[in-house]
Ligand binder design. Structure first.
Ligand code: GTP
Ligand code: MG
Length: 626
């Protein structure tokens, strides 16, 4: 077994891509079925490694020290084909109490477990501790092997252990008596493993990648290599991934010592990486942008079997192959804020196992499950903020709706990076909103526009940017999405259309006074639009006139030509009394005005449909519509 990357590192020549033919033969011998990964668990010396060795013919204890001491110290890897052709790779964990951290790193990313109990010793402290850990991590698939059945009657240990596993949420697991030494029961165990893997849910090949590194080393000529259990998703040669925020490229890829171009979870993989990185166990390779890398998370705390609260303020958090010291700040009875000593890529719903590394023998060390509820929790500076947050977390679940209650507005990409596919349609350009917050904003906008119009009477409406600022929104497109009648948006501004009262009321006092003076002039001679001089004398420049027109205080028929509101319908009524069709000249004298006003006024009447042109010279009035 001289595979370069996956197996025994000391024995490998480490040339990815070299020796392919030999490996391909090995791969064919192993079968082409789907791959599954199963971790071992159980008390020290109960026969886990012996059983893995007997099942696979491979040596899980790679270190010289392990063989000398007859003890597993590091994670071991071995694999075989099952009778069905499906392939199973074992992650063999140490049972010694001192290596609980390593055991958790092995089990962390693995969906199923082979729980090993020695027939001659029965249930022991690390049997219990491993079971509590599995339960805390949410491992729900497994089988029970009561081994060393050549040394004692396996029946009592089998009965006892089966009941304990069932109670711990692993359900009615298959339980078998075997011997790693004599080989008794191994065929039955292989068949049971086949049934176990057949029942495992198929992971999503399109899921974002998060590969927790369990080993990292460099291979001469190839560079950095990491191995791990890929729980879901797909990794391919050439992929661009991220490790600790640094981009890395997958140069080559192996699975069970076989060179492959692409692999989907669940799988044991070895990746040859290019990038400025120094990977270690506990780092994760992730799909860029698909995870939120954070050192702060709000979590729901579920105490482990046998543990009592309150939790100590300093613990170690385990997820995947990572173990990270953390500070625990309780928020209410069931929630807490974790401050991690280094950032981890997390999703909502992830389970962290909280362990007290300081506890002595006999005391529970696996203390709690921390289910991630928020990966970007809000600051708690204000008085009472912690209490409010505790209340919110008590009602929260690990979904988009709960997140939006806290964050109010989130983009598609942010939700995805938090592990929450958005529910429902976006309110605008990829933005999702908390429904209550959105209807609150929707009620505030007309008020803001009204206030703005009162404060800026000469402006044609509230600039969208001002509204964005006023409502505290991160994107102008959110403002536009909030515009609905009677609001309208045009030219980057929001206008309150159909104002209730047309007139000078909303205009600044000097403008209102000037407009009233104009209207007095027009009352005498309704179609003699004021000359430029008169407008200038009254202080009515283009801005003031535009404001008066918007307010409905004046009617604008052309640039610089304004009349009293309603002058157009009055004109149409007068023109209707003329013999039809009529000329501009006839209209001009009927209205008592000049060509300067008559021409644009008639064009305005054409546009509004009160008159229509017959030819170059003639028009006629159109009967009122409807
Ligand atoms: N007679 C007998 N001895 C066994 C059997 N399985 C394991 N042993 C012996 O039990 C001892 C421990 O076996 P391991 O397989 O190293 O136990 P382990 O569970 O891997 O131990 P750790 O990894 O250190 O937790 C060794 O001396 C084995 O030879 C078995 O089925 N029958
Ligand atoms: Mg072992």
């Amino acid at each position: 077994m001289s595979g370069p990357l996956m197996g025994n590192r000391r024995m490998g020549n480490g040339l990815m891509g070299a020796g392919g033919a030999r490996r391909c033969r090995a791969a064919r011998a192993l079968g082409e079925g789907r791959m599954h990964v199963v971790a071992t668990a159980g008390h020290v010396d109960h026969g886990k490694s012996t059983l893995v060795r007997a099942l696979t013919g491979m040596e899980p204890d790679r270190l010289e020290e392990e063989r000398r001491r007859g003890l597993t110290i590091e994670l071991g890897y071995a694999w075989t084909a099952l009778p069905s052709g499906e392939r199973v790779a074992f992650v063999d964990v140490p049972g010694h109490e001192r290596f609980l951290g390593t055991m958790l790193a092995g089990v962390g990313p693995v969906p199923a477990v082979m729980f090993v109990v020695a027939a001659d010793e029965g249930w022991m402290p690390q049997s219990e501790e491993h079971l509590v850990a599995l339960r805390t991590l949410g491992v729900r698939h497994g089988l029970l092997a009561v081994t060393r059945a050549d040394l004692a009657d396996p029946a009592p240990a089998l009965r006892d252990a089966r009941d304990r596993l069932a109670e711990a949420g692993l359900g009615a697991v298959e339980a078998l008596a075997v011997s790693g030494r004599t080989g008794e029961g191994l065929d039955g165990l292989r068949a049971a493993l086949d049934r176990l893997v057949a029942a495992l849910p198929a992971p999503d090949p399109d899921a974002p990648v998060r590969l927790w590194v369990d080993r990292a080393f460099s291979v001469r000529g190839s560079g950095t290599v990491v191995t791990g259990t890929l729980p879901a998703g797909r990794v391919q040669t050439g992929d661009e991934l991220e490790l600790d925020g640094e981009p890395v490229r997958v140069r080559a890829l192996e699975s069970l010592k076989e060179h492959v171009d692409s692999v989907t979870g669940v799988a044991r993989v070895a990746l040859n990486l290019r990038g400025r990185i120094a990977p270690e166990r506990g780092h994760a390779l992730v799909t860029p942008g698909a995870w939120t890398t954070t050192d702060l998370a709000d979590v729901r705390v579920t105490l482990a079997e046998g543990a009592r609260g309150p939790l100590p303020a300093r613990l170690t958090a385990h997820i995947g192959s990572a173990s990270v010291p953390c500070e625990v700040r309780p928020l209410g009875a069931e929630a807490a804020r974790l401050r991690l000593a280094r950032p981890l890529p997390l999703h909502l719903g992830d389970a962290l196992l909280l362990r007290d590394p300081g506890r002595g023998q006999g005391e529970p060390r696996v203390l709690a499950r921390a289910t991630v509820l928020d990966v970007r929790p809000p600051e708690l500076r204000r008085r009472g903020a912690a209490r409010e947050r505790a209340k919110a977390l008590a009602e929260a679940s690990a979904d988009a709706a709960s997140l939006l209650r806290t964050h109010l507005l989130l983009r598609d990409g942010e939700l995805a990076a938090m592990g929450c596919p958005p529910e429902g349609r976006p309110v605008a350009a990829g933005w999702h909103a908390d429904p209550d917050h959105w209807s609150g904003l929707s009620a505030r906008l007309p008020e803001a526009v009204r206030r703005y119009a009162a404060d800026h009477p000469l402006e044609p409406g509230m600039p969208v940017e001002a509204a964005r600022h006023e409502l505290g929104l991160p994107d102008r497109r959110l403002v536009t999405a909030l515009v609905r009648p009677p609001l309208t948006a045009a030219d980057g501004r929001i206008i309150m259309s159909g104002r209730a009262v047309a007139g000078t009321a909303g205009l600044p006092a000097p403008v209102a006074r000037a407009v009233r003076a104009l209207l007095d002039d027009l009352a005498e001679a309704p179609f003699q639009a004021p000359e430029a001089g008169r407008l200038a004398a009254l202080g009515l420049g283009p801005r003031e006139l535009a404001a008066a027109v918007r307010a409905g205080a004046l009617l604008r028929v052309a640039e610089g030509v304004v009349l009293a509101p309603g002058a157009d319908t009055r004109a149409a009524a007068l023109l209707a009394r003329l013999p039809q069709p009529f000329t501009v000249s006839q209209a001009r004298s009927a209205l008592g005005t000049s060509r300067r006003v008559a021409v644009p006024l008639l064009e305005h009447l054409d546009r509004t449909g009160l008159t229509e042109r017959m030819d170059e010279v003639h028009r006629r009035c159109r009967p009122p519509r409807g």
